[in-house]
Design a protein around this ligand. Structure first.
Ligand code: CP
Length: 322
């Protein structure tokens, strides 16, 4: 794997390989010294053109736990504010020879473009409404840890599917892992033709009790140029996941950030059925596994020179702390 641009590039075996590596890395997170030398000498550049709490912090932690050097770049406060383009920003920062660039932008397909402009491995950390592949991987990881297998599960993705990059990546990933996916929400927030991804569509929550997992989405007002629902209160009355709608056997997921009182009631966010904090925790080990998969190759990306073998993190318990 040279880049992680889309979850579509990963078949079931590749998803399982990354998730299994993440399970091995979870042991590192429980150590007193939370580091292994697996990526010592490599450099990871976090290039964020959009706000982020979970993704940015977990990629930074993931790189540091693998002993890589990390540079964090936020468009706000940078020369982007003076008019520098994405291409010139990437070319400028590539002068520092990053081995990987973790990229979040509001532009669909930006990570593909950036992968053509530099020699670094590119990780798509969210491109507009299109994809968030590492979110899908960490959600698969979280469900596997909680329920064992994903095969045969019924997973309902509820809410603003139209503006959600997480929805698209997760529909694909959950189905590749053997789940049956249903998307549900108001007709204005379900994109026409979404069934072509293989999922079912519902415009009410009448059959929500049949789900094993309820995956709620935030209404992404920052991506809406017009009114898509009459009001948050009306949306909540029809689609909010609350104590009345969530059955006791169901697992509740959400990619964050949550708008309490809109897509989720406070009581379900704080209930033991919610695995939202576990999803955040999974973000670090899954992103460690992604960076490891991309950067532990035998060749130096800039020169093609063969590298010395890396520490065997498959037996990470035996690795020396960095
Ligand atoms: N789930 C997610 O992408 O969260 P952030 O926007 O906080 O990174």
């Amino acid at each position: 794997m040279n880049h992680l641009l889309s979850i579509e590039d990963l078949d079931r075996a590749a998803i399982e390989r990354i998730v299994t590596q993440a399970e091995r890395f979870s042991e590192v997170s429980d150590r007193e010294i939370k580091k292994v030398p697996a990526l010592r000498g490599r450099m990871v550049l976090n290039l964020f053109y959009e706000a982020s709490t979970r993704t940015r912090s977990s990629f930074e932690l993931a790189a540091k736990r693998l002993s890589a050097d990390v540079v964090n770049f936020a468009a706000s406060g940078s020369s982007v504010e003076k008019g520098e383009s994405l291409k010139d920003t990437v070319l400028t920062l590539s002068a520092h020879k990053p081995d990987a660039i973790v990229l979040r932008t509001p532009w669909a397909g930006a990570s593909e473009l950036v992968s053509k402009w530099c020699s670094a491995a590119i990780v798509n950390a969210g491109d507009g409404k299109r994809e968030q592949p590492t979110q899908a991987l960490l959600d698969v990881y979280t469900l596997r840890r909680r329920l064992g297998e994903i095969d045969g599960l019924s997973i309902w993705i509820v809410g603003d599917v139209a503006h959600s990059r997480v929805a698209r990546s997760n529909i694909i990933a959950f189905q590749r892992m053997g789940a049956k996916v249903t998307v549900a929400g108001p007709p204005t927030l379900i994109p026409r033709g979404i069934e072509e991804l293989g999922c079912e569509v519902r415009f009410t929550l009448d059959e929500l009790a049949s789900a094993d997992v309820v995956y709620a989405l935030r209404m992404q007002r920052e991506r809406m140029s017009e009114t898509w629902v009459p009001s948050p209160r009306e949306y909540a009355s029809w689609y909010q996941i609350n104590g009345r709608r969530l059955s006791p056997h169901q697992i509740l997921m959400h990619p964050g950030p949550v708008n309490r009182g809109v897509e989720l009631s406070g009581e379900v966010v704080d209930s033991p059925q919610a695995v939202i904090t576990a999803q955040v925790e999974a973000g670090v080990v899954v992103r460690m596994a992604v960076l490891y998969e991309l950067l532990s190759g035998a060749r130096e990306p800039h020169t093609g020179v063969e590298r010395a073998p890396l520490a065997d993190v498959a037996t990470v318990g035996g690795a020396q702390p960095a």
